[in-house]
Design a protein around this ligand. Structure first.
Ligand code: PEP
Ligand code: MG
Length: 542
C-alpha cells in the first residue's frame, strides 16, 4: 500500500480503480511561415471551432453539474475572445514568423507563467485556464482534433494536472474521484469537483511513473489522503465510511425546505457566501435563505482593467434577480492584502494585511468606489439588496462613506437613472470596530462579523501563514468576547447582526453563537444544510 497526502478540495470518500492520464504535450513543431496574415486567419478559424467545442461542453456541464460548473466554460469562451490574448498571438506570428500553433502555445505559456507568479491563489489558478484554452486552440491548429481522455470504466482519475475541459470530457459518470500532482484549491477544476461533489485531492507529490491504470485506490477527502493498492482492512473501513456518508447525505437532503429553527423555536437565517453572481445557483441548490456575503472583489480580479459600472450592475442585478426577493448582502471592494490586481497600481507593502486595502482604498480613490456604488444602487431596484462595507475601524470612516454614497446618488439623479438606496451595514472584522461597536451600531443598519480577519487581528497572527497553525486559535476567548460585544452592541440599538467568516460553519460554536443571539450565519454553500441540521437539533437556547 502506498499513501500520499494532498490538499482536499471536496471532503468525500471514493474507492475504486484508477485511470492514469499522462501528458500529451510537446508535440507541436515550430515552422517558419511566409504569409503571416494567412496564419492569423487560421487562428481565427480555429477560434470559431474552439468556441463551438466550448459551447457543447457548456451544455454538457449544465446538464450534468449545473450552472456553476458550466460557468467555467463560459470563462474559457471569454478568454478565447480576450483581445490581449489574441493580439499577443497575432504579434508573435507577425514578428517571429512562426506557425499559428507555435504562437498560441508560446502566448499561452507566457500568460500562464505571469499568472503562476502572482501572489494571489485565485490568480494563480487562472494559469490552468489559459493553458487549457491554448492547448485546445493549438490542438485544432495541428489537426489533433479534440483530445478526448480515454477512461473505460468509472475510475479515480490520477493526473499531473487536470483541466476543466478534460474533466467534463471524461463525464461525471466515469469519475469516482480525482488526484492531481499540481493544481490549487481555487482552480476551476477544483470548483467543478466541489460543485459535482467529487472527492478530490490536489498537490499530491506522486510519481505517475509508479502508477498504472487499473490499480486500485482510496481517496479520503476528509483526511486529505490517497492510498494506492489499499490493504483489506482499509478497504473494509472505507466501505463502512462510504455507507455512513451516503446516509449522511440522505439526511441532509431531508433538510431542504425545512425551517432553520431550534427545538425551542429560536429562528436563525442561514445564508451562503459567494464570490460571483454565477455562484447564486450553487447557493440555491443548497437551499440558502439568502446571500450573507457576496465578495464583490472577485469581479475585479483576473482581468487587466477596472470592471465598468455597467458590468458590475449586470452582475449585481443577476444575483438580486436570481435570489428573487431573498436577501443579497453585497460587500464593497475588499481588494488589497492577499487579493491583488496589477491595474490598481498598488505599491508593494511591508505589511499588506495591515496596509492600504478595502475601504481605505475606496476612501482615498473615491472614483473607483463611486463606480461600484452607482452599480449597487441601480441593482438594488431589482431585488432585496443590502450593501456592506469591509475593514471598518472608525465612526469617521462610516461618515465619509455615507458622504460618498450621497455623491453617487446625486450622480445617478443627474443622469436620470433609476436607483434605490439599500440597507447599509458594516463588517466587524477589526478589534477597533468591535471595541467601538456601540457607537457604530447607531450609524448603520446591520453588522456582519468577519471572523477570519477579526481572529487574525485580535491574535496578531497572519491568517495566511501556515507556520502559525499551532498557535492560531479562532476559539480564543478574546475572539469570542469581541463577537459577543458586537452582538450586544447591535442588539442594544435594535440592529441585526450576522457572522460571515469561516467560524460560522464551525459546529462546535453553533450553540455558542445562537445563545449569544446572532441573527444570521452565512457559510460556504455546501455547509448550509449541515448548519440547518445542527440548528434544528438545539434546544433550550431561547
Ligand atoms: C472575514 O474576514 O471573516 C471575511 C468574511 O472576509 P474575507 O474572508 O473575505 O476577508
Ligand atoms: Mg475580511
Amino acid at each position: 500500500m502506498m499513501q500520499f497526502t494532498g490538499k482536499s478540495v471536496y471532503k468525500g470518500i471514493a474507492s475504486g480503480p484508477i485511470a492514469v492520464l499522462r501528458n500529451q504535450d510537446g508535440q507541436i513543431k515550430q515552422r517558419v511561415i511566409k504569409d503571416a496574415e494567412a496564419e492569423i486567419e487560421r487562428v481565427k478559424a480555429a477560434g470559431i471551432q474552439a468556441g463551438e467545442q466550448l459551447r457543447k461542453l457548456y451544455d454538457k456541464a449544465l446538464e450534468e453539474a449545473g450552472e456553476c460548473a458550466a460557468a467555467v466554460f463560459e470563462a474559457h469562451q471569454m478568454l478565447l475572445e480576450d483581445e490581449g490574448y489574441l493580439e499577443s498571438i497575432y504579434d508573435t506570428i507577425r514578428t517571429k514568423r512562426v506557425n499559428a500553433a507555435c504562437a498560441v502555445q508560446a502566448t499561452g505559456d507566457g500568460f500562464a507563467e505571469k499568472f503562476d507568479a502572482m501572489d494571489d491563489d485565485y490568480m494563480r489558478a487562472r494559469a490552468a485556464d489559459v493553458r487549457d484554452i491554448s492547448n485546445r486552440l493549438a490542438g485544432i491548429l495541428e489537426g489533433h482534433g479534440e483530445k478526448e481522455p480515454v477512461v473505460a470504466e468509472p475510475s479515480i482519475i490520477v493526473a499531473d494536472d487536470l483541466s476543466p475541459g478534460e474533466t467534463m470530457q471524461i463525464g461525471r459518470e466515469k469519475i469516482l474521484g480525482f488526484v492531481t500532482v499540481h493544481g490549487s484549491e481555487n482552480s476551476h477544476t477544483a470548483i467543478l469537483a466541489r460543485t459535482m461533489g467529487i472527492p478530490a485531492l490536489v498537490g499530491v507529490p506522486l510519481d505517475l511513473e509508479e502508477l498504472h491504470t487499473g490499480m486500485s485506490a482510496v481517496v479520503d477527502g476528509l483526511e486529505g489522503k490517497v492510498s494506492f493498492e489499499p490493504d483489506e482492512e482499509l478497504r473494509a473501513r472505507t466501505e463502512e465510511r462510504m455507507e455512513e456518508e451516503r446516509e449522511g447525505r440522505r439526511l441532509l437532503e431531508a433538510m431542504k425546505g425545512r425551517e432553520s429553527v431550534t427545538k425551542d423555536g429560536r429562528r436563525v437565517c442561514l445564508y451562503a457566501n459567494i464570490g460571483s453572481a454565477d455562484d447564486v445557483a450553487y447557493a440555491l441548490e443548497n437551499d440558502a435563505e439568502g446571500i450573507g456575503l457576496f465578495r464583490s472583489e472577485f469581479l475585479y480580479l483576473g482581468r487587466d482593467s477596472f470592471p465598468t459600472e455597467e458590468e458590475q450592475f449586470r452582475a449585481y442585478r443577476q444575483a438580486a434577480q436570481e435570489m428573487a426577493g431573498k436577501k443579497v448582502i453585497i460587500r464593497t471592494l475588499d481588494i488589497g492584502a492577499d487579493k491583488r490586481a496589477d491595474y490598481f497600481g498598488l505599491e508593494k507593502e511591508e505589511n499588506p494585511a495591515l496596509g492600504y486595502r478595502a475601504v481605505r482604498i475606496c476612501l482615498k480613490q473615491p472614483d473607483i468606489f463611486k463606480t461600484q456604488l452607482r452599480a449597487l444602487l441601480r441593482a438594488a431596484v431589482f431585488g432585496n439588496v443590502s450593501v456592506m462595507y469591509p475593514m471598518i475601524t472608525s465612526v469617521e470612516e462610516v461618515r465619509q462613506i455615507f458622504g460618498i454614497v450621497k455623491e453617487a446618488q446625486a450622480e445617478l439623479e443627474d443622469r436620470g437613472v433609476q436607483y434605490r438606496l439599500p440597507e447599509q451595514g458594516i463588517m466587524i472584522e477589526t478589534p477597533a470596530a468591535a471595541m467601538i461597536s456601540d457607537e457604530l451600531a447607531e450609524l448603520v443598519d446591520f453588522f456582519s462579523i468577519g471572523t477570519n480577519d477579526l481572529t487574525q487581528y485580535t491574535l496578531a497572527m497572519d491568517r495566511q501563514n501556515g507556520k502559525l497553525d499551532d498557535f492560531y486559535n479562532p476559539h480564543h476567548k478574546a475572539v469570542l468576547k469581541m463577537i459577543r460585544m458586537a452582538v450586544d452592541s447591535a442588539h442594544g440599538h435594535g440592529k441585526r447582526v450576522g457572522i460571515c467568516g469561516e467560524l460560522g460553519a464551525d459546529p462546535e460554536l453553533t450553540e455558542t453563537f445562537i445563545r449569544m443571539g446572532v441573527d444570521e450565519i452565512s457559510v460556504a454553500p455546501p455547509m448550509v444544510l449541515r448548519l440547518r441540521k445542527a440548528v434544528r437539533e438545539l434546544d433550550g437556547v431561547r
